[in-house]
Structures are given as structure tokens and as C-alpha cells.
Design a protein around this ligand. Sequence first.
Ligand SMILES: [Zn+2]
Length: 168
Amino acid sequence: MMSVLLLNTTYEPMYVVSLRRAVTLVLQNKAHLVECLERSVRSPSLTLPEPSVIRLHGRAPVARQRALPLSRTAILARDAYTCQYCGLALPAGRLTIDHVLPQSRGGGWSWTNLVAACPACNAIKADRTPQEAGMALLRPPGKPIGVQAALLHDAQRNPAWRPYLWTN
Ligand SMILES: [Zn+2]
């Protein structure tokens, strides 16, 4: 079953809804398409590009913004199981967590200081900052906003969602 990311008016992720529900919201003019897939949804009366991300019009019921607990799994999911230095995608078990500012320099266990790294990059970087090591991050690590771990996993299958799921 395809799922669709529902954003509120300020582009914050609210819920994941079924494709059917998303199409209904669009047809009722309660939401509009933000990101679509290349295929279409057909009904006897119309054809609509299949939505991947939709945005509500007007005021939406306020979703409780559940904080996503910081964990190794959550960091890896946020980073799409991809080394944030070289871009290599690896299974979770083969990735390491790198402290951007090393622990030895006071770098903490936080959303903005932890990234997924392949063992090679982690070893090369060692106890240095990315700048000292001459290694650039693919993107600055951010804290996911208002989403649950499950949603992050869904984001792997739905690359179009990723820009909406966390702040940089
Ligand atoms: Zn790497």
C-alpha cells in the first residue's frame, strides 16, 4: 500500500496517510499536490498524478509533535544508511556513528553532532574535525521534526519526502 506524506500549511510533516485518503483530500480541495510520482491514479471520471507529498489548505488538526528519541538507529535512518562523508550506502550493521566534533574535544551525543559514517571514513577522520581532516559532510546533520522512527524508514522508500522530514 502506497503511503503519502501529509504536510501542514507551513510544510511541517503531520501524518502519513494512505494513497486513497490523500486522493480524497485533494479531490475535496482540502489539500494540494506537492510532490507527485510519474504514474497516475485513475478513476472513471478523472486522472491525477499519484501524490507522494501533499499539503493541507488552511488550518489542520494539530498533530502532537512526538520527539524522536536519539539513537544509533535513528541517526542511521535520518542519514538514509549512507556515509555522510563519501556517500557510500551500507547495511546498518556495517555503518559506524561519527562524532562530527570528536568526543575528545567535547563533542556530544546529539542530533547535530552525529552522522552515519563508513568504517573507512571514520578511521581516516579519527579524532579530527571534518575541516582538519579535509572531509566535507554531504549535508549538515539536523534534528528530525515531528516524525516517528517509522516515518524515517518510510522516507528511504520515498526520497521525495526527505526534504520535509528534518531541518538542517
Ligand atoms: Zn565513507
